[in-house]
Design a protein around this ligand. Structure first.
Ligand SMILES: Cc1cc2nc3c(=O)[nH]c(=O)nc-3n(C[C@H](O)[C@H](O)[C@H](O)COP(=O)(O)OP(=O)(O)OC[C@H]3O[C@@H](n4cnc5c(N)ncnc54)[C@H](O)[C@@H]3O)c2cc1C
Length: 86
């Protein structure tokens, strides 16, 4: 029988829980109140314009960082690139 956890909130925390728990045989619906995923690290649209909400996720992807470890655990490979000044 499947175990179920309902996650309230599709910010980074809820999305991470929703990605990790199925690895342990949980069925995990993630419920999000707004139209966008990502919570305070998400974005919103007004007319033709897209605005970041404010938070970012830039740190934690370094070797041994929290996001790097979670991605490795999930078997995700992220493309990395450096922005260079011209
Ligand atoms: C400037 C800045 C820079 C940052 N840089 C980094 C970084 O480099 N690396 C890093 O790891 N972190 C960084 N952080 C922190 C990171 O962005 C936050 O810790 C993270 O986004 C928080 O995610 P959360 O899921 O805990 O909460 P939230 O993003 O607040 O998500 C909560 C979600 O729950 C939803 N919700 C609330 N109530 C309900 C309800 N009743 N029903 C359904 N949905 C509901 C909300 O709509 C929201 O989508 C930064 C933060 C800031 C401000």
């Amino acid at each position: 029988m499947h175990k179920q956890v309902v996650v309230i909130g599709g910010g980074i925390g809820g999305l991470t829980a929703g990605a990790l728990l199925p690895k342990h045989d949980y069925v995990v619906p993630v419920l999000e109140a707004s139209r966008e995923w990502g919570g305070c690290a998400g974005k919103f649209q007004r007319h033709f314009y897209t605005f970041p909400v404010g938070a970012t996720l830039g740190m934690g992807f370094e070797s041994g960082g929290i996001h790097e470890r979670i991605n490795a655990y999930l078997g995700l490979k992220l493309k990395r690139f450096l922005l260079r000044k011209s």
